[in-house]
Design a protein around this ligand. Structure first.
Ligand SMILES: [Zn+2]
Length: 181
């Protein structure tokens, strides 16, 4: 009828959730079965010891401190996400500037814009790199990848722009010398 040696039975017996009839069966069985009697006595002793042991003391304001820490971490994560979005938007703006820069009527101004944007981009790239190292966050590698791609994309343009400026200056100087002589 009942399996008094099953885990389920022992769980109910330990939790005191046996029915009245089951309880009678259990007490009868404990009188007859030495193995169960000994284990039951040992468990009763263990239960006494566990109940007598003092609960580990929690630090004062434990709950408040934990909540504050979690909130602080969430806030910091939000700030980093915003920073990543701004950096990505900034880099996109720089790409657009560079892409449409050469179309400007004055080549020298476009070249200067490219050079300036390259410097700004490089500074932004370095700043992002430092922030990534400092923060160790997951979203920033994306921004860093975009920044790196932009930087390598801009590098030849910057070099070409510098060459153009140098050539134009040389031409102007040659014209100036021609006029002088
Ligand atoms: Zn037994």
């Amino acid at each position: 009828m009942w399996d008094v040696h099953s885990d389920e039975w022992w769980m109910h017996a330990l939790e005191g959730t046996l029915t009245g009839e089951e309880q009678r069966v259990w007490e009868l069985h404990l009188c007859e079965c030495t193995a169960c009697r000994e284990e039951w006595a040992a468990l009763a002793q263990l239960d006494l010891v566990l109940n007598a042991a003092p609960e580990p003391p929690l630090p004062v304001n434990f709950a408040q401190n934990t909540i504050a820490k979690v909130l602080h971490a969430q806030r910091r994560r939000r700030v980093w996400t915003i920073f990543g979005s701004i950096a990505t938007l900034f880099l996109a703006a720089v790409i657009l500037l560079v892409a449409f820069g050469p179309a400007l009527p004055e080549i020298s101004r476009a070249a200067a814009a490219i050079n300036v944007s390259r410097d700004v981009l490089f500074q932004a790239l370095m700043r992002i790199a430092v922030q990534v190292i400092a923060a160790g966050k997951m979203f920033t590698p994306v921004a860093l990848g975009v920044a790196a791609a932009c930087f390598f994309f801009l590098m030849p343009n910057g070099v070409l722009a510098t060459l153009a400026i140098v050539m134009m200056r040389k031409k102007q100087a040659a014209q100036y010398i021609e006029v002088q002589s």
